[in-house]
Design a protein around this ligand. Structure first.
Ligand code: SF4
Ligand code: SF4
Length: 477
């Protein structure tokens, strides 16, 4: 109540550093630059225990994708770190208090779209923001996208959206164009679309926005309108990217409202529109400070209790039984680390992988192709190491020996990897899970959503057994 009185008594300030819109864009810029910095460092230093985490560690949607796994097994889907679950919890809690403010103030991908929309207005000389029945129906698409991603991800135990994720593509800074071509195609559509349509991806396709929109319906804060003083100029609706009819409502309850407060900032009459909740009135600055403090405070608490992990704690080269396990190889490992970790002479590793001597031992696997112009696939190193350890020859031909753009097809069965789940293998290979379980004589109760490397050794199986089972099924047909 005291805060309400203080706010009402204050005249609207003209000082630039307290311009309401600048406060929000300052907060947006802070989070955008932070993530850009993380993305840049990740590309330069690589990931792993001694590197910089991937931007995926800072995306709350990873928590949504891993939620089922987390609740049923306490673990995470591959590539999802505990920090994503912390962020999901923080965002949901904050949304219950501050409604959909995460989208309007924090999300770097939402900010990028908004800034592109502002640039688009300058380029095209006008605001292009279609409305109407069809446009409104199209917004339900994001709930379909959410349901499809969550259903598939929870069933397969793998990140099915990753190859199409435009957020990830943008913050890979162009480094993964070959790794995720579809994601870059989606990104191009989103960036171009955002120039013409305000918050293009947010409105129609963002699965995280769909989650936050649903939860935000129960949020405490609302943009409210006082009938008294409103001159029905409709400027609020014109400024709203979501076409919410602010000028005819007492309070905005739409899931689309991201608390950007553009309507409040543009209202020509003071105190007609305001952001309220739990008896408080929030200025831009107060809302921004509380939102940021809430988010950073939750992260701080999770750090204090030791639950904030953005990257793997240690490099492992062995399985749970202490046996050398080539499935532990990751793209951020250097050739030297792999040679040392598995006790393989460097020259032998190079010969097996078909790498020329000019490739430095300190090169990370995922940098070999780009740095040396070779058609080298990091994933192939697992097969090479497995072959060396077992004393057999790696299957020829070596894609590594080919120039970039040369043959890069997997040898028969090589697309089956230890990090995959049985459900994922079944989807990719077309071999039914039941057939694989029967063929491999696996005990009942194997979780088809767990990576196979987590249970295959304990059941006396190897990745070669799985590949052989797939090959046998294909040979029968
Ligand atoms: S809708 Fe999605 S992309 Fe847009 S701001 Fe929200 S979370 Fe970010
Ligand atoms: S109603 Fe106001 S605060 Fe909500 S999205 Fe529209 S302009 Fe932003």
């Amino acid at each position: 109540m005291i805060l309400t009185q203080i706010d009402a008594a204050k005249p609207r300030t003209k000082r630039w550093w307290r311009s309401p819109r600048l406060v929000r864009h300052g907060v947006m810029l802070f989070f955008f630059l932070f993530l850009l910095h993380v993305a840049w460092e990740h590309q330069v230093k690589g990931g792993g225990p001694n590197g910089t985490p991937s931007v995926e560690a800072y995306c709350p949607f990873g928590g949504v994708e891993s939620l089922y796994q987390f609740l049923t097994t306490g673990g995470y889907i591959r590539r999802v770190e505990p920090s994503a679950m912390v962020l999901l919890g923080a965002v949901l809690l904050l949304t219950l208090v501050f409604s959909r403010g995460f989208c309007g103030w924090v999300c770097p991908f939402g900010s990028l779209q908004e800034w592109l929309g502002m640039a688009g207005r300058k380029i095209f000389g006008r605001r292009y923001n279609p409305g109407g029945q069809w446009e409104r129906r199209l917004r339900y698409l994001k709930y379909v996208v959410l349901a499809a991603i969550v259903g598939m991800t929870w069933h397969l135990g793998a990140l099915v959206f990753r190859p199409y994720d435009p957020f990830l593509a943008f913050f890979h800074l162009g480094a993964g164009t070959a790794e995720m071509p579809f994601a870059y195609a989606v990104l191009a559509v989103v960036l171009l679309g955002s120039l013409r349509y305000e918050r293009f991806f947010c409105k129609y396709a963002c699965p995280l926005g769909a989650v936050i929109g649903i939860v935000g319906k129960f949020g405490l804060t609302r943009v409210t309108r006082s009938e008294e003083g409103c001159k029905s100029c409709n400027l609020c609706e014109k400024k709203c990217f979501a076409h919410i009819e602010v000028g005819t409502k007492d309070a905005v309850r739409e899931a689309e409202c991201n608390h950007c407060l553009e309507c409040v900032a543009h209202c020509p009459k003071p105190n007609v529109l305001s952001l309220r909740g739990a008896g408080w009135t929030f200025s831009h600055a107060r809302y921004g400070v509380l939102l940021v403090a809430g988010l950073l405070g939750t992260i701080g608490v999770s750090q204090a209790v030791g639950y904030w992990h953005t990257k793997p704690a240690a490099v492992a080269f062995t399985d749970a039984a202490g046996k050398p396990d080539p499935e532990q190889i990751r793209g951020w490992m250097t050739l030297g680390e792999i040679a040392r970790g598995y006790g393989i002479p460097l020259e032998r590793l190079y010969a097996g992988a078909g790498l020329p001597a000019k490739v430095a031992a300190g090169t990370r696997l995922n940098q070999v192709a780009r740095t040396y112009g070779l058609g080298f696939e990091p994933d192939r190193m697992r097969t090479v190491v497995a072959s060396i350890l077992s004393g057999t020859a790696a299957p020829a031909p070596h894609p590594a020996a080919a120039p970039e753009g040369g043959p890069g097809k997997h040898a028969e069965g090589e697309e089956i990897r230890g990090f995959m789940t049985l459900n994922e293998i079944a989807l990719k290979s077309g071999v039914p899970v039941e057939w694989l379980t029967r063929r491999l004589e696996l005990p009942a109760g194997i979780d088809a959503r767990q990576p196979v490397r987590e249970w295959m050794h304990a059941n006396g199986k190897s990745i070669q057994d799985l590949r052989q089972a797939v090959a046998d099924y294909r040979a029968r047909r």
